[in-house]
Design a protein. Structure first.
Length: 446
């Protein structure tokens, strides 16, 4: 193997263009030629594995985790590819919920380094990671794979996968500089993952945008389109100890009082979407015991995750207006406190800090500590602070996430709450600081 260890392999990987760190314009990368060439020299392993392909503005990660758990409870060995990661790139590639270990990652990246000269144009970092996942899943002989789109759908490099089930979680504004300025354009881009024969499952989405998805499905000859509220839905979605208690209905039947161990009403919607998609994949209803076992196994670090108590400490990967709105509703419904509510917030450029922070105001946030993600795309904390002041919030600026957490801890007593949000870069850093003990927090999760 060309690499002596994981550090050398990751250094090679990081030497490629990283559009996650420096977002291109749509015109910069409107092709799958490079990715198809890369998969061809690997023998197109993705074509041999049944798959569920997942796109959408929000909820992709949670829905993918739920589908993985449901398929696993049914007895399948499942490969899951997601992005981005919170702490280590290994997290993106998992089999049966277990991230790829360093030795296997070195092996698959070594294979890619050897075949890369045969491709022509150098692949990007994300293309290599996607190829690594698909090749590793074939090596591991998985029964199925759940593949999360990185950005959009039509031109995303995961679109070399021919999804047996195409899942669209929802459509709202995000990455408009790349995907287009209108919701219709964004919906059309995401619908690009639909293949001939696919069974399409669409989550909570406006009717006119569902029409865009259905038009694409008709054009390519998809098998069927299931839409939330029409073919499946939630009849009850209530707060429960440790998450949500949902009752749902699907084409296969109904499932009553299923515990979903994740916070936020949106996770109930993600759960029924995942269940419908799993039914579509199997072509039959799931036994209630499978549903109960699968949902009980779901874990989503960094998504409305409780990391400390007295005061409460939450981290959430909300990174756009729709995500922050869902966070705000969850704070009001599930995490009302008697003390101060302080938000530690950092964002990437291209976000609307006024709209994102405004979504937290109804939940009772009174103070914002503006910080800066560790990314070339980081939005300066001053822009976040300025937006917070305009909303009438108390503001502190602290670029470093660790210092921001320490400052937040000093502003709340045991009755209060600190929430960290705005970017997964911020959440990942905060989570690492808490779990390592770098910030003292009573009853911290370690």
């Amino acid at each position: 193997m060309p690499f002596t260890g994981v550090d050398a392999a990751l250094a090679w990987l990081d030497g490629h263009i990283d559009f996650e760190s420096a977002m291109p314009s749509r015109r910069a990368l409107p092709t799958l030629v490079r990715m198809r060439a890369l998969m061809s020299v690997l023998g197109d392993p993705q074509d041999a594995i049944p798959s569920l392909h997942v796109t959408g503005t929000n909820g992709k990660g949670s829905t993918s985790a739920m589908m993985t758990a449901l398929l696993g409870a049914k007895g399948l060995r499942v490969g899951t590819y997601t992005s981005p990661n919170l702490h280590r790139v290994n997290e993106r590639l998992a089999v049966s919920g277990e991230a790829i270990d360093d030795a296997a990652l070195v092996e698959v990246l070594s294979e890619l380094a050897l075949v890369e000269p045969l491709v022509g144009d150098l692949p990007t970092r994300f293309e290599l990671l996607t190829a690594a996942a698909l090749a590793w899943f074939a090596t591991e002989a998985v029964d199925a794979m759940v593949v999360e789109v990185g950005l959009g759908g039509t031109w995303d490099c995961t679109n070399v996968v021919h999804g047996d089930v195409a899942v669209v979680t929802n459509v709202s504004f995000d990455h408009t500089d790349v995907l287009g300025p209108t919701l219709e354009g964004i919906a059309a881009d995401k619908a690009g993952i639909i293949e001939p024969g696919s069974l399409v499952v669409v989550g909570d989405t406006a009717p006119d945008l569902v029409e865009v998805v259905e038009s694409r499905a008709a054009d390519v000859g998809a098998a069927a389109v299931w839409v939330a509220g029409r073919e499946f839905g939630c009849s009850s979605n209530q707060v429960a100890v440790g998450g949500r208690l949902v009752s749902v209905w699907t084409p296969g039947g109904s499932y009553d009082e299923v515990l979903v161990p994740l916070h936020g009403a949106h996770q109930g919607s993600n759960a029924v979407l995942a269940l419908a998609a799993s039914e579509a994949f199997f072509g039959e209803a799931l036994h209630p015991d499978v549903v109960e076992e699968g949902m009980a196994a779901v874990r989503m670090p960094g998504r409305l995750e409780v990391l400390g108590r007295r005061p409460l400490l939450l981290v959430d990967g909300a990174h756009n207006v729709a995500g922050m709105s869902a966070l705000g509703r969850s704070l009001a419904e599930e995490f009302a406190v008697d003390g101060a509510l302080v938000a530690v917030v950092g964002m990437l450029s291209g976000r609307d800090p006024s709209a994102m922070l405004g979504a937290l105001v109804p939940a009772g946030v009174t103070t914002v500590i503006a910080c800066r993600p560790d990314s070339p795309r980081a939005l300066h904390e001053g822009a976040v602070a300025e937006a917070a002041r305009a909303l009438g919030l108390a503001v502190r600026e602290e670029p470093d996430v660790l210092d921001a957490l320490r400052l937040a801890r000093g502003l709340v007593d045991a009755r209060g709450l600190v929430v960290v949000a705005g970017s997964l870069y911020i959440v990942g850093a905060a989570r690492a600081d808490i779990l390592s003990g770098a910030v003292h927090w009573e009853d911290a999760a370690r």
